[in-house]
Ligand binder design. Structure first.
Ligand code: HEC
Length: 257
């Protein structure tokens, strides 16, 4: 422990001075000095504790627990009904490929030179909630874009003509094989079913929702319809209500492989 009491030094004693006359300064009681010292130390401590370096900020880190809120989460839950900017997906048919009211028929076809292809085949019954019409008219530009996106994202597994014999399938991703689009069930399936497979994945097939924007997904489906048409004998194509050759805005691709 510190002793703050002032003692006469050797020199003063030598001269025989009294203790009283020696002291040059007014004397402080030891307890008060100690108190002063402690107070100063305390203040110093206080001020140094207030200092924060830039790299040590009191912020909430994503996914890290936080004792500030009672539920232990640093992120606050969204107010129910919150819609982030640009995420209002009121058009259920466009964004989800689902009929806005299950059990009713799809919305009327928008007017335009190229009418959307509708599906009324037997397979539509298998997918009652999926829309049967494209949400926008199918033009050559739409098909070209669809072809380009299809070749990038789908052909690697489903093959350039949609037979399910893409390079990845040939190299081993074949249990099960990527579906061939040229089976009757898929020829007659509503367009919404293809949208569903791409958006949510299908069995062994992963979802492509994060890679392919909604509009491109529809364009890919338009191209798949063209592929289906290209592999179908004309007589059968004429009888397949989901794919009507000629005059429906869907052009057949380059021909059979
Ligand atoms: C990595 C390989 C792979 C890629 C890429 C891929 N698929 Fe598939 N797809 C599969 C496999 C495998 C199946 C069969 C899944 C099953 O039956 O479990 C399948 C099935 C399907 C089906 C059939 C659903 C049904 O009713 O049987 C559709 C439609 C489909 N894919 C569309 C697409 C489209 C469109 C793309 C491009 C955006 C795509 N796929 C890309 C592997 C792939």
């Amino acid at each position: 422990m510190l002793s703050c009491r002032k003692t006469p030094d050797a020199e003063t004693r030598r001269h025989g001075d009294t203790e009283k006359s020696f002291s040059p300064r007014p004397r402080f009681p030891a307890s008060r000095r100690l108190l002063c010292l402690l107070l100063t130390a305390y203040c110093l401590l206080l001020t140094s504790a207030c200092r924060r370096d830039m790299q040590d900020q009191p912020k909430a880190k994503a996914f890290r627990e936080n004792s500030f809120f009672r539920d232990g989460l640093s992120s606050r839950p969204l107010v129910p009904g919150t819609v982030p900017r640009g995420y209002l997906r009121a058009d259920r048919e466009f964004y989800f490929g689902k009929k806005s009211n299950a059990g009713t028929t799809a919305q009327p076809v928008p007017p335009g030179a190229a009418t959307p292809v509708s599906t009324t085949g037997a397979s539509a019954a298998l997918y009652p909630d999926d829309v049967e019409t494209f949400p926008f008219p199918i033009t050559k530009e739409v098909l070209d874009r669809g072809q380009q996106r299809y070749d990038i994202f789908c052909s690697v597994c489903h093959g350039a003509t949609g037979d399910g014999d893409g390079m990845i399938a040939r190299r081993g991703f074949n249990k099960p094989l990527p579906a061939s689009y040229h089976q009757d069930r898929l020829r007659q399936a509503p367009v919404g079913h293809f949208f569903d497979a791409m958006t949510n994945g299908w069995g062994a097939m992963p979802s492509y929702a994060s890679q392919i924007p909604v509009e491109d997904r529809w364009k890919i489906i338009a191209y798949i319809r063209a592929l289906q048409l290209s592999q179908m004998p004309a007589a059968q194509a004429a009888q397949t209500p989901s794919i009507k050759p000629g005059g429906q805005g869907v052009r057949a691709p380059g021909g059979k492989k």
